[in-house]
Design a protein around this ligand. Structure first.
Ligand code: NI
Length: 145
């Protein structure tokens, strides 16, 4: 026999626009839920996990890889952006990739928004061919290797 997890369930009433409920119910059916309740529970879990991830009080670590045309103006702008960023740029590595291209990898630390902002700004610069951000939460200190 399976172990049955007993949990107390609360019922509550919610006022919701009709069209929103209709759209929700359509997805409930398409996803194969038996009823609306489990779908609402899943939606609430997702809502909470995203809130907690965004909160991220410990901060995030990331790397921003930038491939750009080797031009002094582009290099100067990238450096200026890093100095002025909310994200803390821990280190940068510069690779003279080809006679025309440079690759720069910046290791950054801070709030997700600040890091994302810096990556977006770098990506919008003329001469930058592409930017790739890799972001992760700071690992737990209690975790042993
Ligand atoms: Ni270079």
């Amino acid at each position: 026999m399976d172990v049955i997890r007993v949990m107390s369930l609360k019922r509550f009433g919610v006022s919701i626009p009709e069209d929103l409920l209709e759209r929700f119910d359509e997805v409930v059916v398409k996803r194969g839920y038996i009823g609306r309740s489990e779908a609402i529970r899943d939606a609430m879990r997702l809502f909470l996990s995203q809130y907690e991830a965004d909160l991220e009080e410990k901060g995030s670590i990331g790397t921003i890889s930038v491939l750009y045309r080797h031009k002094p103006k582009v290099m100067a702008s990238l450096t200026k952006m890093q100095h002025g960023s909310d994200a803390h740029v821990i280190s940068t590595m510069h690779v003279h990739l080809t006679p025309l291209h440079c690759l720069e990898v910046a290791t950054v630390k801070g709030k997700k928004d600040g890091i994302q902002n810096l990556a977006d700004k770098m990506g919008g610069l003329t001469g930058v061919e592409y930017v790739r951000l890799f972001l992760f939460a700071v690992p737990d200190l209690e975790h042993e290797h």
